[in-house]
Design a protein around this ligand. Structure first.
Ligand SMILES: Nc1ncnc2c1ncn2[C@@H]1O[C@H](COP(=O)(O)OP(=O)(O)OP(=O)(O)O)[C@@H](O)[C@H]1O
Ligand SMILES: [Mg+2]
Length: 320
C-alpha cells in the first residue's frame, strides 16, 4: 500500500504499478489548491498525469476524519461521464485506479486556474461560460444511472456543514475572525426557529436517495480553465439526488460572486430537466447561508451590510 504525500520520493512513486514500459518519473509536485486529498502532478519522460489519493482524514486537517471511499465515488463518477459524448469532453480521462490504495490516476488537464477569482466580484461571468455549464448540467442530469455508490458518509459530512453546523448557536466558530460583526449578525439566522425547521427538513431531503446523478459540489472551485475549454473536476460528493441541489449550489455561488441575476435566467432558459423552482430556491438559500456563516468560507469581498442583505434574501428563498 503506497501512502502518497507531497514529500513521497520519485523512487517510491515509480513503484506504483501504473507506469508504462520505460516510463521514468521526472518530477512530482502538488497539482493545485486542495484540502481534502493528496493531489499530485507527476511528470514522466512520456506524459504528465494527476494522482489523487483519499485518506481516512481531511489531508489539510488530519484531526478531522473523512471517508476513504470518496475516491471510489470520484472514480465511479468519471467512469459514467466518460461514456457520454458531451460529458467526456468536460472531464479528465481515468488512466488507472487501485481501489485498495484509494488511488486514482487521471489525465492532466494542464495548469489552468479554477474560477475562484469570480468571488472578487470584479468580473461578470461570460455568457459562453454559463452556456457550457448548462450543457454540462443538462447532459449529466439526463443520464440514466441505476447503480452508483450511495456516498452516504460524504453526504453526512456535507450535511453537517450545510444544514447543521452553520445554524448551531454554540458551534465554537468565531465568525468575527472572518469579519468583525459577522458573529453577531449570524445570531439573527441561528435564532430563527422557522428557518431552522425548514432547513432541517431540507437536510433530510438532501440525505434521501434520488434518481439523478449529481456532481454534488458544483461551484467555481470545481471548474477548471483549460486550453480546451472549461472542465469539471472533483466529483467526490457525487450521488443520486435532487437535480435542484446542483443548480441551487451553482445559483448560490452566482450570488456570492455578485453576478447579475440575468445569468440565472439564461441558465434556466437552456436547462431542460424538470425541476421544482421552490426546491431550487431552498437549496440555493441554504448554500448562501452556509458559505457566509459556516466553516467553508470563500474569498468573497462583501461588506457586512451586503452579507446581511444577501442572507435575508436567502431566508426568503428558503421560507418562500
Ligand atoms: N485532472 C486535473 N488536471 C489538472 N489539474 C488538476 C486535475 N485534478 C486536479 N487538479 C488541480 O488540483 C487541485 C486539487 O484537485 P481536487 O479539487 O480534485 O482536490 P481535492 O483534494 O478534492 O480538493 P478540495 O479540498 O478543494 O475538495 C485542483 O484545484 C486543480 O488545480
Ligand atoms: Mg474535493
Amino acid at each position: 500500500m503506497i501512502n502518497l504525500e507531497v514529500s513521497t520520493s520519485l523512487e517510491e512513486i515509480s513503484k506504483i504499478p501504473f507506469w508504462n514500459y520505460e516510463e521514468e518519473i521526472l518530477k512530482s509536485e502538488t497539482a493545485g489548491d486542495s484540502n481534502m486529498n493528496v493531489v499530485l502532478r507527476i511528470t514522466t519522460n512520456q506524459r504528465s498525469v494527476i494522482l489523487k489519493q483519499s485518506k481516512t482524514y481531511v489531508n489539510k486537517y488530519p484531526q478531522i476524519p473523512a471517508p476513504l471511499s470518496r475516491i471510489e465515488v470520484e472514480h465511479a463518477f468519471y467512469q459514467h461521464v466518460q461514456k457520454h459524448p458531451v460529458l467526456k469532453n468536460f472531464s479528465p480521462k481515468v488512466l488507472a485506479y487501485r481501489s485498495d490504495d484509494h488511488l486514482l490516476m487521471t489525465e492532466d488537464l494542464g495548469k489552468g486556474k479554477d474560477f475562484s477569482d469570480l468571488y472578487r466580484g470584479e468580473s461578470t461571468m461570460e455568457s459562453a461560460t454559463i452556456s457550457k455549464l448548462v450543457d454540462y448540467m443538462n447532459a449529466l442530469h439526463e443520464l440514466e444511472i441505476k447503480d452508483f455508490p450511495d456516498n452516504r458518509e460524504m453526504k453526512l459530512l456535507n450535511h453537517e456543514h450545510i444544514f447543521n453546523f452553520p445554524f448551531s448557536l454554540e458551534n465554537g466558530f468565531d465568525l468575527d475572525s472572518v469579519q468583525i460583526g459577522l458573529q453577531e449578525l449570524s445570531l439573527k439566522y441561528k435564532s430563527n426557529t422557522a428557518l431552522k425547521r425548514k432547513i432541517d427538513e431540507l437536510g433530510r431531503k438532501y440525505l434521501s436517495q434520488g434518481e439523478t446523478l449529481l456532481h454534488g459540489d458544483f461551484y467555481p472551485g470545481s471548474w477548471l480553465k483549460s486550453d480546451s475549454g472549461i472542465k469539471i473536476i472533483d466529483p467526490e460528493f457525487g450521488f443520486l439526488g435532487d437535480p435542484e441541489f446542483d443548480l441551487g449550489v451553482l445559483f448560490a455561488h452566482l450570488n456570492l460572486s455578485l453576478q447579475p441575476s440575468s445569468l440565472k435566467a439564461e441558465f434556466l432558459h437552456s436547462y431542460n430537466q424538470p425541476i421544482s423552482p421552490e426546491l431550487l430556491d431552498q437549496y440555493q438559500g441554504v448554500e448562501i447561508l452556509r458559505r457566509l456563516i459556516g466553516i467553508a468560507q470563500l474569498p468573497v469581498r462583501m461588506t457586512l451590510d451586503q452579507k446581511e442583505k444577501l442572507m435575508d434574501q436567502a431566508v426568503n428563498l428558503i421560507l418562500g
